[in-house]
Write a protein that binds this ligand. Structure first.
Ligand SMILES: *Cc1c(COP(=O)(O)O)cnc(C)c1O
Length: 420
């Protein structure tokens, strides 16, 4: 369920007509519904109400401060993958005790920042990283909470670029080797070994890969407990899929039931790191049609948003539903929806059957709340677009449109070129 709905053929976000925002803010822009965001978080956390758990929103999916603040206000923690994400989450008021730090390449300064902030734990991806975290903790005179991110070698049956739990992926420590690594971790004095973690991939639309991973993780937890490791947290990562097109992913309640049923004997606090399932369908991208053109066998709809604003179609060939903001019952055509970037790969849809958009019309690109703005760039020197959040009958610009001056803010012409 989400709060982007058509009423009398006009798209609304909660109680604000989308075209009103477009007139006032200009296009393109990202638009988030506060109510959808909050509901998605509540549905997810409520689904696990019967077990101790922390929902650590994956900041990389959407790192806008207002989005983070909205989820933190609901009791959410965060899953971070960089010092920058930690900074954002702290700015948004996160409880450091609900922060988990994932990622294969944590720098020393980032580790120190996280230690000084007092995060819950690092999900560690290699023996060398364990040693570095131990040294940093020693320097700071603290103990670092850690879990090993194990690679359970299950196929999440998703797009190869977003699968992370297969042996061939760079993530985690082989599950067969992990017991040995836990034993090695034990000799490191400044570590508090708190848990085990995994994350098998993203946009997973079936339960079986999650259950397979959980089964392997549970076996590991039992082995660790037999060896007197004090395992208190089982972090199952994120990855639950959403409906972009025709997918029918499990509802969070179904996901929760299956996980809880399969882990009755685990006396641990669960950590979840959902990203997409919370924000994906809580956001859209609104663009305006600049031109239309046709050649012998192709129609093009050229819009003012490009791959620098929303890269998922170019990067993963992913599907985003596209509809006019003001609908009528016009004929449909097959067209490519493309942006202004000088790349053939710059498209939002290819060979898509869609209404015959006209120049000047507004277009809504759905399911753009996750991995939308966070993956945006300034390619082609395009200022990044604003993010807007609606609550009830009000909208708020939660990130301003960048200006041309912003584009060159950090650049400097060296002295030898001045007066040339
Ligand atoms: C990307 C990522 C997530 C979030 O994935 P979603 O598919 O958006 O739920 C969670 N944990 C880790 C470690 C990740 O890399």
């Amino acid at each position: 369920m989400n709060d982007f709905t058509y009423k009398e053929q006009q798209l609304w976000c909660e109680n604000v007509p989308v075209n009103k925002i477009a007139e006032e803010v200009g296009t393109p822009f990202y638009l988030y519904s506060y109510s959808t965001l909050r509901n998605h978080f509540r549905v997810f956390t409520k689904a696990f109400a019967d077990v101790p758990h922390i929902v650590c929103f994956a900041v990389k999916a959407n790192s806008n401060l207002a989005v983070l603040k909205a989820l933190i206000a609901e009791g959410g923690g965060v899953d971070i993958v960089s010092g920058g994400e930690l900074f954002r989450a702290l700015q948004a008021g996160v409880d450091p005790g609900k922060v988990v730090y994932s990622g294969v390449g944590k720098r020393v300064d980032e580790i120190e920042y996280a230690l000084r902030s007092g995060i819950l734990m690092f999900n560690v991806e290699s023996l060398q990283e364990l040693e570095v975290i131990n040294l940093c903790a020693q320097d700071l005179g603290v103990k670092a909470g850690i879990a090993l991110r194990v690679n359970p070698d299950v196929d999440p049956k998703t797009h190869p670029h977003i699968s992370t739990g297969l042996k061939e992926n760079k993530f985690g420590i082989d599950i067969e080797r992990s017991l040995e690594t836990y034993r090695q971790a034990r000799s490191l004095q400044n570590l508090d070994i708190k848990g085990v973690s995994c994350h098998i991939g993203s946009q997973v639309t079936r339960l079986s890969p999650f259950l397979e991973a959980l089964d392997r993780l549970s076996n590991l937890v039992r082995q660790l407990q037999e060896e007197d490791f004090d395992i208190r947290y089982v972090d199952l990562g994120g990855g639950l899929g959403i409906t972009y097109d025709q997918e029918v992913p499990p509802h969070p309640a179904e996901y929760a039931q299956a996980i809880m049923a399969a882990s009755r004997d685990l006396e641990c606090t669960f950590v979840f790191e959902p990203g997409r399932v919370i924000v994906g369908n809580a956001g859209i991208l609104v663009a305006r049609v600049l031109y239309t053109k046709s050649n012998d066998n192709k129609n093009f709809i050229i819009v003012d948003a490009g791959m620098n604003d929303l890269v998922r179609p170019s990067l993963y060939n992913s599907f985003h539903a596209i509809r006019p903001v003001i609908e009528d019952n016009r004929k449909e055509i097959v067209a490519d929806v493309v942006g202004p970037i000088c790349e053939s790969g710059d498209y939002l849809a290819k060979g898509r059957k869609i209404p015959a958009f006209q120049r000047g019309e507004l277009m809504a690109v759905f399911s753009a709340g996750a991995y939308g703005f966070t993956m945006a760039s300034n390619y082609n020197s395009r200022p990044r677009i604003p993010e807007v959040m609606v609550k009830d009958n009000q909208y708020y610009v939660v990130r301003k449109r960048e200006t041309y001056a912003d584009l060159i803010k950090h650049e400097e012409i060296p002295s030898f070129l001045i007066n040339k």
